[in-house]
Design a protein around this ligand. Structure first.
Ligand code: GLN
Length: 186
């Protein structure tokens, strides 16, 4: 059984833990570099990316994640902290990012009238159910980055080597597709 860490500093990590178990993995909370060292892969959950970035720095998780070398999947705020830069949206520039993926993101990019919605998304893993909550999208992709899904012409799922990032939250649905795919990649 694969040991899938879920970064538990902030955000909806409990929903990811449940989804990992439902998809056949052993999910556990990660708050320290020591806990990270025992994981086969790590999920960075949704939440508030500025706060999450500051907490990661405080707990030494920024350095540990840059050196991790194993699969990482970021959802929503987790996708933002994996990115190299933010091209638009709130707090442009001033927040700490891991910069592990050669992507730029736009925060809170689906408008304020509809803060959250649930939809089917056609991906290279098949149709996936996902929830968008004040979601970002990928505004620029570098050469090594594969686009795995778009929603309304916006890039919402990308992969770069062992790194996966989704603008939406599959962990808030019953659809195990992406959790299974991530566990298989570890
Ligand atoms: N809007 C949040 C941010 O920019 C992300 C929202 C989420 O993770 N659901 O950090």
């Amino acid at each position: 059984t694969k040991r899938i860490g879920v970064l538990a500093l902030q955000g909806d990590y409990e929903a990811h833990l449940k989804a990992v178990h439902a998809a056949g993995g052993l999910g556990f909370e990660v708050r320290t570099p020591e806990e990270l060292a025992t994981a086969d892969g790590l999920i960075i959950p949704g939440g508030e990316s500025t706060t999450m970035g500051h907490l990661m720095a405080r707990f030494g998780m920024d350095t540990a994640l840059k050196a991790f070398g194993k699969p990482i999947w970021g959802t929503c705020a987790g996708m933002i902290v994996l990115a190299q830069r933010i091209t638009a949206g709130e707090k442009r520039g001033g927040q700490p990012l891991l910069g592990l993926m050669d992507i730029a993101v736009e925060r809170n990019a689906f408008g304020r009238q509809i803060d959250s919605f649930e939809t089917d998304i056609e991906t290279s893993f098949g149709t996936v159910r996902g929830v968008f909550i004040r979601a970002p999208f990928v505004s620029e992709v570098g050469e090594g980055v594969e686009v795995l899904a778009r929603y309304q012409d916006r890039v919402v799922l990308v992969r770069q080597g062992k790194l996966l990032a989704s603008a939406f939250h599959p962990e808030l649905t019953d659809d195990p597709t992406l959790h299974r795919a991530f566990i298989e990649s570890t």
